[in-house]
Every structure is written in C-alpha cells, then in structure tokens.
Design a binder for this molecule. Structure first.
Ligand code: EPU
Length: 337
C-alpha cells in the first residue's frame, strides 16, 4: 500500500474541474490494502470516501477526510461458456478501456456504453447506462471490501439491487462497501441493441451493426451531444430522469403533446429531465462561471474557475423552476460532497 498524500489538488481529478484539495489521499490496489488501512491505529481521519474517476462528483468544499483512490487495472478472462465469456476487471480500470478491450475481442454487451467516463469500480454503483444498455445487463457479480467486517464479499447481480441509476452500493451500503473488482458476463455471439434514438441510423451509415461500428456510432453521438470534460468541466447528466405515476405523465401530456415518456412498468413512467429543463428555458443559460450545456440541458457546465457552490446554486434554481412549471421534482444524479 502506498503512503498518504497530503493536501492533494483535486482540480485534475474531478471532471467538473473544481479547484479544491483533499486533506489526505490513499491509493489502494485491492482488499489487502483496504484491510491494512482500516486496521491501522494512526488513521488521520474517520471520514473517508472513494474517489475513482471523479466523473460523477461535485465538490462544494475542500475534502477534510481521506480519499481512497483505486489504482488496480487488471482485466482477466475467467472462462468461456456456451455463448458467453466471463471477464473480471479491477476497480481502477478506465471504463472505456474496458469497453474497447471487449469490442476488440468480439465480446458483446458493453459497446453501447462506449465513452462513458469513469472507472469500472464505479459502474455498478450508479448502474451506468446509455443508448438502451445498462451495466446491470452484463454485471455477473461485484467484489467489495466490507468496512464493518474487513472481509471481501461477493454480490451476485440480484444482490446488487440494481435500478435506474441505483444500486445497493448507493443505498444501504453507502459508506460501508468499497468495490474492488467486477465480473462481467459478455456474449460471444453479440446481439445488437439499436432501439435507442438515432443509434440505428448512425450504425447503418457506418456499414451495419458490428460491435466496432456500434462503438464508433455511440462515440460519435456522444461527441456531438455531450461536452468533453477535458475541455469543459461537467459530470454528464447532473439530474436523473424522474420516474412518476402514469397519471402525472398523462396530465402533462395533455398540455405538452411532444413530451417524451418512457413507461417503466408498474404504472410508472420515466420523464426526460433534459426535456423538462430545456422546455423551462434553461438550455444554454449562463450564470457567471456556470451554465447549462447548449446541446443537452441535463448537463451543467463549469465554463472556467467555478466553485462547487456556484454549480449547486444553479442546480437548485433549475430544480425549483422545473417543480414550479411542471410539478415534477428532479433529483441530482451527481454525488454532492
Ligand atoms: N431532450 C430535450 N432537450 C435537451 C435534452 C434532451 O428535449 O436539452 C429530449 C431529447 O430530445 C429526448 C429526451 O429528452 O427526447 C431524452 O434525451 P437523451 O436521449 O439525450 O437522453 P437523456 O435522458 O437526456 C440519458 C442518460 C445519459 C445517456 C443518454 C443516452 C440519464 C440521467 N442520462 O440522458 O447518460 O447518455 O440517456 O442514453 O439517464 C449520464 O448519465 O451522465 C449520461 C450522459
């Protein structure tokens, strides 16, 4: 295990580009490092959190506890089954490197999730998703270090309690489990998922649904719609799409015929937060050093030098306005620290 680093600048370690520091940071490889850390007597602070890629986090202040940062980057093929292959990736692997690795080998299931920024270890936490696919569709199991017992526990897919941008790790186990590796079940005979938006047309233009074409199409769409965090600070979708009762959606559609709705079963319907925010007039809005992305209203941006509080103030204003105009509450998807 590496030694603590002190007063670590985080500007380059969070995609919002917020200029704060962490009082302490400790890099870890796996469960042994974490066990060594949680059993040592001279821990400088009881407060800790995991910082992986820093792509879904908004720092509103300096972090005074210990940031635990995964650095293990192994990817291993565990075995081949009838139509599937099992692959284990460690928490510190860049998600998109993992996707590229799978696509190169012709193993399907993650190609629609190309270019999502972040690390493998964070993927199950918020059940990352895009273009009709979600991490939960391919996660077989998750290995996590349990802070209470100091043991590693393996969670099956069902035990992870995945939902839309939700899991046990964001819920009941928040602050108690640290993901060290994820095992995926990928398809050796991939089935293309092209039902979402303009993906199918984009893939056809590239010559048909090979894994590589799907990956390239998703990358092209993301480049068009989403700001590059290396250029403009952002954390992807700032809000989750709200899930409401069908009756609420029906009433809104009486007034707004064009409003997109996605039924999710059980009389519930997902609305597009981006559409609501856009329709409320916020797309492209600028408030000093923060703003709403001109091509995707769900994305808040730091146009340079903003504080986390400035981003949060804009988010609250938008949240309030959407509530006033549509009677729908939108909740942040980003972790606010
Ligand atoms: N829309 C607007 N105006 C906007 C943005 C969206 O009218 O400014 C409309 C679109 O025209 C479309 C609907 O809202 O009818 C949905 O928009 P889009 O397809 O762009 O997807 P989204 O619901 O806004 C979700 C994910 C994204 C993911 C895309 C594509 C969440 C919170 N976000 O966005 O994930 O890339 O679908 O699958 O679920 C992320 O989580 O960081 C992220 C970028």
């Amino acid at each position: 295990m590496s030694e603590f680093r002190y007063n670590v600048p985080l500007k380059g370690m969070n995609s919002f580009g917020i200029d704060v520091t962490a009082r302490y940071m400790l890099e870890f490889e796996g469960a042994d490092d974490l066990r060594a850390y949680f059993t040592r007597g001279d821990r400088p602070s009881e407060q800790w959190t995991v910082l992986s890629g820093g792509n879904n986090i908004l720092f509103t202040d300096h972090y005074s506890g210990v940031l635990l940062h995964p650095v293990s980057r192994g990817i291993d093929m565990l075995g081949v089954g009838k139509d599937m292959v099992r692959v284990r990736a460690e928490a510190g692997v860049e998600w998109d490197d993992f996707v590229a690795w799978c696509v190169e080998r012709g193993w399907g299931g993650v190609e629609n999730l190309s270019l999502i920024p972040g690390y493998v270890g964070a993927a199950p936490v918020q059940n990352i998703g895009a273009y009709g696919a979600e991490a939960k569709d391919v996660v077989e199991s998750v290995e996590a270090f349990m802070v209470d017992t100091l043991e590693t526990r393996i969670f099956t897919n069902a035990e992870c309690r995945f939902g839309y941008r939700e899991s046990l790790f964001k819920g009941k186990l928040k602050g108690r489990a640290i993901i060290t590796a994820v095992t995926f079940a990928l398809k050796t005979q991939p089935v293309a998922k092209l039902g979402y938006g303009d993906l199918s047309a984009e893939v056809e233009a590239l010559g048909g649904p090979s894994l590589d074409n799907i990956r390239q199409a998703v990358i092209a769409i993301r480049h068009r719609k989403l700001p590059d965090p290396k250029v403009t600070g952002n954390a992807g979708s700032f809000f989750k799409n709200p899930v409401v009762d069908q009756t609420v959606a029906d009433a809104l559609q009486m007034e707004y015929e064009q409003m997109p709705v996605y039924p999710v079963g059980g009389g519930r319907v997902k609305l597009a937060a981006g559409w609501l925010i856009d329709r409320a007039g916020w797309r492209g809005a600028v408030r000093g050093r923060v703003g709403v992305h001109p091509r995707q209203a769900l994305v808040l941006v730091n146009t340079g030098g903003a504080t986390g509080d400035e981003v949060l103030a804009l988010a609250r204003e938008i949240q309030h306005d959407v509530q006033q105009k549509f009677g729908v509450r939108i909740e942040p998807e980003v972790n606010i620290l």
